[in-house]
Design a protein around this ligand. Structure first.
Ligand code: NAD
Ligand code: LMR
Length: 355
């Protein structure tokens, strides 16, 4: 495959309408935003040596909206940067490790955080909290200090808690801007589209499925009643698709049998989302589903449709037209979602009291 063809193929499944509607539109996207005249954008990946970090770094290197790519991890990133850096695309790529975090994030427009431990079979995402909460806090504090205006895309699990941790840490530092903190739930949308298209024999490039709530089990709520193209689903099919989307992460964890969780599909999803964030920053508003500071439900953080523009999240859209089955799903998820959010808030508040 030629490079331009490969580059198009990588993002071909990102549906985009003429007005650039992110990964939610109807027609397949053919190209990245053109680099001609686009502003210089620095993007950092924190956790760039990991299973997600490495392929994500490669995909970002292919995005012509990125002019500087900073790859940070506790170790190993000079090698990743040297490797990725040989791709003949625009972004200048540099690896940072150990105590070079400040340098990595300084001047960033977008910081993507996939640092932390992944699940093994039998674990829930909440089982990762103990280790990942502290990792995310440390990294976010560095961003708050050295790149306070940057947009943060949080991938590290449990996302339902790490996003509130991020917000609370930035609030404690006096640099919180709710438009700039986003939990990446794009993989749930990617999965829902794939499973729906497969079941109904549809061209996946033309499929769109909203997914709301959070990013763990029952808190992941695909709205198949609003999927396009609209194809009738029996109750059994609907329940099967909903459950498969909610358990998509576990399906991969089990298949990898102890060797981690989704990395390649996650890198793909994060690259799609980052592309939309950058398009928004560069003046082409895009629509995405993402887990953000929200008053759409009683949960203070919630994933729903948002408009991304020059300052990050410009508008959070409310919930409309849900079926009774979906309303029941929303009710069911709330206790779990609220518990994870409160755990994140409590952790960050406690940590900020520590001497
Ligand atoms: N949001 C999602 O949809 C989604 C999807 C898949 C995985 N995840 C989560 O992403 C995280 C990473 O998964 P992975 O498979 O890439 O794991 P991994 O173990 O392969 O990689 C994680 C990387 O983070 C690095 N790291 C740890 N502490 C760090 C620190 N303080 N600073 C910088 N880097 C640090 C490690 O050195 C490692 O290279 C996990 O928490 C996983 O659950 C989220
Ligand atoms: O399932 C996991 O632990 C990783 C990730 O959240 C996923 O959805 O694949």
């Amino acid at each position: 495959m030629s490079f331009p063809a490969m580059r198009s193929a990588i993002l071909a499944a990102k549906a985009i309408a003429p007005s650039a509607v992110g990964s939610m539109g109807a027609a397949p996207m053919a190209t990245f935003a053109t680099s001609a005249g686009s502003p210089r954008r620095k993007v950092a990946v924190l956790g760039a040596g990991g299973g997600i970090g490495q392929p994500l770094s490669l995909l970002l290197k292919l995005n012509s909206q990125v002019s500087q790519l900073a790859l940070y991890d506790i170790a190993g990133t000079p090698g990743v940067a040297a490797d990725v850096g040989h791709c003949n695309t625009k972004a200048q790529c540099k690896g940072y490790e150990q105590d070079k975090l400040a340098e990595a994030v300084r001047g960033c427009d977008l910081v993507i955080v996939p640092a932390g431990v992944p699940r093994k079979p039998g674990m829930t995402r909440d089982d990762l909290f103990k280790v990942n909460a502290g990792i995310v806090k440390g990294l976010v504090e560095a961003v708050g200090k050295h790149a306070p205006g940057a947009i943060l895309n949080i991938i590290s699990n449990p996302v339902n808690s790490t996003v509130p941790i991020t917000a609370e840490c930035l609030k404690a530092m006096g640099v919180y801007d709710k438009r700039k903190v986003m939990g990446v739930t794009t993989l749930d949308v990617v999965r829902a589209k794939t499973f729906y298209a497969e079941m109904k024999g549809l061209d996946v490039a033309n499929v769109d499925v909203p997914v709301i709530g959070g990013h763990a089990g029952a808190t992941i709520l695909p709205l198949f009643s609003q999927a396009t193209p609209k194809v009738p689903l029996s109750q059994e099919e609907l329940e099967g698709l909903t459950k498969r989307t909610q358990d998509g992460g576990t399906e991969v964890v089990q298949a990898k049998a102890g060797k981690g969780s989704a990395t390649l599909s996650m890198a793909y999803a994060a690259a799609l989302f980052a592309d939309s964030v950058l398009r928004g920053l560069n003046g082409t508003p895009t629509m995405e589903y993402t887990y953000v500071d929200s008053n759409v439900t009683e949960a203070p953080y919630f994933a729903s449709k948002v408009k991304l523009s020059t300052e990050g999240v410009e508008k959070v859209f409310g919930l409309e037209g849900m079926t009774d089955y979906e309303k029941e799903g929303l009710k069911t998820m709330m206790p779990e979602l609220m518990k994870s959010i409160n755990a994140g808030i409590d952790f960050a508040k406690e940590a900020s009291k520590a001497p």
